[in-house]
Design a binder for this molecule. Structure first.
Ligand SMILES: [Ca+2]
Ligand SMILES: [Ca+2]
Length: 310
């Protein structure tokens, strides 16, 4: 039987297959095959697409394949340094004038990322909580990680709750913010506060503190007053002993013991720490003992008392 096949009537069919998967930076290889047909070669339209971002060589192209033969295309991928999910390159035979699209008409080559995940940032440090009226001021020192840092997260809850039970309040800060004031809290209730640095990969370890908001106590009025002033004979003279109370503790009064007569004995001690001192005085008789200390606003507090040596 003669072969009645007339090649001039046969349109080649084109198929595509993909090579093995590559790591990013490698070339994804596709093989395009055409069956025999009228022409010695066919111009095959191939569309290249990707899942992920591994190549700039996507889009349409024309690949010449000899009839009854194969051609390969290699799609280069980039070796970047970004951690990313694995992806793939897909090549698909599009319809054309000189061929039919066979099966398989599409093929994929996986592309594996080869970059290690970027770690979460180092934690913040130096957490400090300042209690105020229905509020806490949260202060911290920055994370040692500056690259990729997106900011800080502040969370708080009543200490009686767990972190899971609590309605967590989040505050996202810039990378330069290192304080946050939490208001609307209950005075007298203990709160836990925690701070973490975060980047695109997640949240650092937390640093945690506890504090109780409270109305600030009014500052006591500065005062300085003698508790006792006495005189006792000592050898050939006398000793005046004085004790006093003071608020605040930091006051250092100047103290004097002056004989209560013209051209009498004068004794003076300046910036006396503590709350007692003595004066050696030469004569019997009346003395005026006094003291004075400076307080804020150029004001002064003080006291004076007479004492008799006999
Ligand atoms: Ca890489
Ligand atoms: Ca990568």
């Amino acid at each position: 039987m003669p072969d009645n096949t007339d090649n001039s009537l046969i349109v080649p069919a084109v198929t595509i297959t993909g090579g093995t998967g590559v790591a990013e930076g490698g070339g994804a290889v596709f093989t395009i095959a055409a069956t025999s047909g009228t022409a010695s070669s066919v111009a095959v339209n191939v569309e290249v697409a990707q899942q992920g971002v591994f190549t700039t060589n996507t889009g349409s192209r024309t690949v010449t394949v000899s009839a009854g033969g194969t051609a390969t295309i290699t799609i280069p991928t980039a070796d970047d340094s970004a951690d990313e999910p694995d992806g793939s390159i897909t090549a698909t035979v599009q319809s054309g004038t000189d061929y039919t699209v066979g099966t398989p008409s599409t093929a994929s080559v996986t592309v594996s990322d080869d970059d290690p995940p970027t770690p979460v940032p180092d934690p913040a440090s130096g957490l400090k909580l300042n209690s105020g009226d229905k509020r806490l001021t949260v202060l911290w020192s920055p994370s040692a990680t500056s690259e990729g840092l997106l900011g800080y997260r502040v969370q708080w809850k009543l200490s009686s709750q767990t972190w899971d039970q609590a309605v967590l309040a989040n505050q996202f800060h810039s990378t330069t913010d290192t304080r946050h004031t939490i208001s609307g809290l209950a005075n007298g209730s203990a709160y836990d506060v925690r701070v973490a640095a975060f980047n695109a990969n997640g949240v650092s370890d937390w640093i945690t503190g506890q504090a109780t908001p409270a109305k600030p106590k009014p500052k006591p009025e500065p005062s300085l007053a003698f508790d006792s002033v006495s005189c006792a004979s000592s050898g050939s003279g006398w000793v005046i002993s004085v004790t006093w109370s003071k608020t605040p503790e930091s006051l250092k009064p100047d103290i004097w013991a002056n004989e209560a007569k013209n051209r009498g004995h004068r004794g003076r001690q300046t910036a006396v720490a503590g709350t007692s001192t003595t004066f050696d005085v030469p004569n019997a008789g009346w003395y005026q003992v006094g003291m004075q200390a400076k307080i804020a606003g150029n004001k002064k507090v003080g006291d004076s008392e007479p004492v008799r040596c006999r």
